[in-house]
Design a protein around this ligand. Sequence first.
Ligand SMILES: [Zn+2]
Length: 423
Amino acid sequence: MTSITPDQLRAWRRQIHRYPEIGWTEFVTTATIIQTLRSMGLSVKTGPQIVRRESILGRDEQLVARAIDAAKEQGVSQALLDEMDGLTGCMAELDTGVPGPTFGFRFDIDCVAVQESNEQEHLPAKEGFASRCDGLMHACGHDGHSAIGLGVAAWLCKNRAGLRGRFKLIFQPAEEGVRGARPISDSGVLDDVDYLMGMHLGCNLKMGEVALDPKDFLCTTKLDVYFEGKPAHAGADPEKGHNALTGACLAAGQIMAAPRHSGGMSRINVGTLRAGEGRNVIPATAKMEIEVRGQTAEITQYLVDYVERCALGAAQIHQLTTKIEKTGEALDFTNDPEMVDVMQGVVDGLPALTNVSASMGGSEDVSLMVRRVQEHGGKAIFFIVGASQTAGHHHARFDIDEAALTTGLTLFTEGIQAILERP
Ligand SMILES: [Zn+2]
């Protein structure tokens, strides 16, 4: 039986921290999680059993192929890779055999594209568990989420005899870029869930602070915009070219000039613009990575429409073709007050914790899972666990106070018991 000590949580977190993988490439991470869950005696589904392939957005097949090769080098067995069938993430299930509700839990497992600091003040560097993958880092705390998920699994196994109902622990790939939740929701695995719980570490809260009902998660849509023109010799025949770089720059400037919306908060960002082939060639291709966010779906759609018009207008002026691809999405969402009340009762019984209010301004694709469960009559909560982080999320020196892993685990296990004890 796995003991669920702070040391064990820390060990799991550090193991996952060492080998960060970007969305849709989490083969080593998924294998580690599956093996740990199976060693506890849990049944685990992975790959096409929990991910609807047709619903996948924002997946880079070259990155996936390279990650599978890397996973083989890291010792992941061919049998496990066959089971995953090119897809990452997994779900552990525990059926107590006693009638009761079905619980769902969501833990995200992917990293971000950040080069981790090697300064000695940065604990992962100092203690030797910093990222071994160049340019990749668990700089959002999802390593901690994965560890907490394993902790919940171990607790369920240990306390099985006193529980009722069924438990589904979902380890979700590709949260960054808000890509992974939709294909898991669309697979239907959440449709019988009565109570869904999810959480995020950090979000600038201190140790001991939790935000049970964080506000202002924004809807978001991620878009890749492509332009294609015609190359020509920049000296001999410039008039024969159709300049994709100029078109993309024009579109970028106009996109950033989008009028604000009176209906609520909005955000818009052209994050990358790559164009051109060489100094003396009229640039024939360009690609932009863009995101828009809005307080409501309507504001978000208003910005998506605006981006489309900018792209089409710029393409027309410069005689280009343009293509727009959606690569990720999240919605706004509201916690069920009933779940917030239950968790408030839990926090009231834990003197070290205080429930605080928090305004996020970010986006979370757990929103798609929350909506799916609520549409089927279930209840959901997504809360924040403070971790006195050392730097902002997605920063090279981001680190958490590992004591927050125990806080997160306790909130889940106490929450389960509080729900089961209700009349
Ligand atoms: Zn995150």
